[in-house]
Design a protein around this ligand. Sequence first.
Ligand code: ADP
Ligand code: MG
Length: 700
Amino acid sequence: MKINEIFGSMVFSESVMRQRLPDEVFRELHRVLEKGGRISLKTADVVAKSMMDWAVEQGATHYTHWFQPLTGITAEKHDSFLGCPREGKSILRLTGRQLIMGEPDASSFPTGGLRATHYARGYTAWDITSPAFIKEMSAGKILCIPTIFVAYTGESLDNKTPLLHSMEALSAQALRIVRLFGNAAARKVTPFVGPEQEYFIVDKERYLQRRDLIYTGRTLFGAPAPKGQELEDQYFGVIRERIGAFMRDLNLELWKLGIPATTQHNEVAPGQHELAPIYATCNVAVDQNQLTMETMKRIANRHGLVCLLHEKPFAGVNGSGKHNNWSISTDTGENLLDPGETPNENLQFLLVLACIMQAVDEHADLLRNAAANVGNDERLGADEAPPAIISIFLGSQLEDLVEQICEHGSAEASIGADWLDAGLSTLPVILKDATDRNRTSPFAFTGNKFEFRAVDSSDSIAAVNTVLNTIVADAFARAAEELEGAKDFSRALSAWIARTMREHRRIIFNGDGYSSAWVEEAARRGLPNLPSMVDAIPVLTRDENVALFEHYRVFTRTELESRSEVLYETYTKMKTIEARTMVHMTGKHYVPAVIHFISRMSDSVNKTVAAAPGTDVSVQRDLIARASALLALAYREEQALNSEVERLNGMDDPARMARHCQTALVPRMKALRAAVDALELMVDKALWPVPTYGDLMFEV
Ligand code: ADP
Ligand code: MG
């Protein structure tokens, strides 16, 4: 196996197209790829034929339009290449029309009231900027054609369409900025993204014994194991053999798909790991992250394992997130987020930095919303993940610059990189980064990119990047508006940078984001604090946000309304499933097990006393009494939870239903769990009906 031969072997990449397509067809495609626009149906026919021939050579039997509906996962419907058989022989077929457009019966995807089921029409359309690829699964090898997904009426029904619009907006506005500084050569500005993906691995047999993991992806019960993550011996620890074999296989599959998986290590919690790819163009990174998550699950299964992508599979130890590393570069290769050696003199960088400060400060609510999902509510703000308050960490070098500019209007000098000398004669002296890291910040500058760390581990990264691209595009547009016509550009520029930094300085926070002092300080600064997903949903339809998205043609008001409805519904559905699962497990597993335990104990007391009257059986009696009391409590809580779930039947407003789940279901779920977890610590391990935290996290 040679890594360079495997890499990309299952991708219909630009170089494969160059080899296989007639020159003029490739040129047309290439032009559209570079500059945008549409290809003709004639060209599409040629591309489709060539794509199919290539796929069949690799052993593919079917093709599918591969898209990203609002479920957060990808959707596909396989069709074989078989055409109408003639004289017992089949002709293989993939036409240009089949390549560029599909019409799945889409009434069963979430639409947030956008389409009544009797208007079920939805279209998928080829996204020429994402390469087609072949997925190998038990159903065979399937040619996947990345597409967008829109309704008959033109509204987007997926995560991809708005993302592509946001990228166009960013490019157009960023070009205005680089033009201000005399760059006439750049034709396009592209956001680049590298998502670090965290996940847990558990043994499949144990997983199958837990209904909560099966139905909700997380444990809803479970007393803490005697050991958690306190020794910090898991982070970067030696990778266990079984996990190593999984990682090896996973890398192979990802490489074939052209996904440059590169970093792998154990994460903080027992059973937790991370994978990071090399960054790619924003929309490609989004696709690749979806594929990565899907492939992780598939490959884990092959190894008798299950990959958990939930944000908080286990209480009491760290959960999983995604770090969305984001930068913007021109097609001439200039990263606009690179400060260079002397950032104080790099006025273009300072302008871009001021724009990002403005964007994040003005639209912290949208960023918070983009990172909202049901699982992330269990994680954000819990001393392991950034808080639900959005702020920016700049590091000492840039913070000092911002301070100088805010105080004096410009910056005289930058703190330079320093030498790090460990003081041992045989060790090299190394050049330190100009900034330290801050793990507690949701939005941190890391050298030549920003890292948004509040993102949830299980979701598509499309939403966060759509927001980032749009809000930064808007800040660029407003800067350009003011500076394009300036008589004295350099004076106007310095004044603009200083003014903007002063106005938005409150968004910078370099301290400990986990501390309660920060919550108070943020409130003083007037920064929004939206602790839960339900709090973050109304943000989408605020007038100023609707206006912003409509202006850049990213979302219409209708689309935003439908999306917030989908979010409310998702919250309610997920919480209801969780509650029902808890009721099920309590009734079917825990209550019977505890009754068994109590009756066995009672038998033993009776027998002991009969055999040897006067024996001290106070321990047994105490256990019986305590277990019985907890059992009664658990039973009451189960009933109460159940009736709160039932009350949803009388409601139909999505927002009210979600709120009910948040205020009535969630506290009851906690109370029920507390009772059952206390019982777990009391009852015989042999009688306990499900694998424990220790079994799940330490025995893979
Ligand atoms: P960390 O130290 O936080 O793990 P790394 O430097 O290893 O950070 O990078 C983490 C992720 O950021 C990787 O996916 C990497 O490819 C990506 N990345 C690096 N440079 C950039 C950039 N300029 N733009 C976007 N992503 C980047
Ligand atoms: Mg990181």
